[in-house]
Design a protein around this ligand. Structure first.
Ligand SMILES: N[C@@H](CCC(=O)N[C@@H](CS)C(=O)NCC(=O)O)C(=O)O
Length: 217
């Protein structure tokens, strides 16, 4: 039976690739696993059938035979464990790749999401202008730390791994903000991720769904 993931019927980002199905598509492309996509509407995401798979009524989910997963961290981890290509063979290097996955999701992503929420959901509040510098500072703090750690390396710890896949996916949300401009090595890191053929295939697949247009080329 084919691996099946869920994705938005129409992503709110209009195909920019920021919905989290992109990172799962990317992982599957990196390891060469074919997959099917079940597109779900916002209302279907709150129906019992979807809630049985995803208790929080979100996308993406992952199904393979009897196994149903939610949370992109768990899904990408599972894909990386089952198939060669995203975790190094060396046990310590593998543990460090996992560490970077956690760092992306629990240390770097939260302030980036907070910035998005402050702009999109709270932009009209009287206190937003006052709060925004603090929110941006928190993002800059993490970007500065990450930039110093990456230095002039291509990837976070040796060869490309699931840790990079997750970190690049998280940082992509900042691309349009201009905040990355102060960190040329992080911008180049993002560009290296986006240049990977597997990422391009993942991006184009979601682009076709969300725009109804053929790949961007
Ligand atoms: N921590 C979850 C977050 C999932 C998530 O926020 N999904 C978004 C799409 S990218 C969603 O379904 N949003 C709609 C909603 O929350 O109602 C993960 O990494 O899978």
């Amino acid at each position: 039976m084919a691996i099946t993931i869920t994705a938005f019927e129409r992503s709110p980002d209009g195909g920019k690739g920021l919905a989290r199905d992109t990172r799962v598509r990317w992982a599957l492309e990196e390891v060469g696993q074919p997959y099917e996509v079940r597109l779900v509407s916002f209302s279907a995401m709150q129906e019992p059938a979807h809630l049985a798979l995803h208790p929080f009524g979100q996308i993406p989910t992952y199904e393979d035979g009897d196994l149903g997963l939610f949370e992109t961290g768990a899904i990408v981890f599972h894909i990386a464990e089952r198939h060669a290509g995203l975790f190094p063979d060396d046990a310590n290097a593998r543990a460090r790749a996992i560490t970077w996955m956690f760092a992306a999701l629990s240390t770097v992503e939260p302030p980036i999401l907070e910035l998005g929420n402050a702009r999109l959901l709270e932009g009209d509040k009287s206190w937003t202008a006052q709060r925004m510098p603090l929110v941006k500072d928190r993002v800059h703090n993490r970007l500065g730390q990450l930039s110093r750690r990456l230095g002039d390396a291509d990837w976070l710890d040796g060869a490309f791994s699931a840790g990079d896949l997750m970190m690049v996916s998280v940082l992509l949300r900042l691309k349009a903000s201009g905040l990355l401009d102060a960190y040329p090595n992080l911008s180049a890191y993002l560009a290296r991720g986006e240049a990977r053929p597997a990422y391009k295939r993942a991006f184009e697949a979601q682009w076709a769904v969300n725009t109804g247009k053929p790949p961007t080329g």
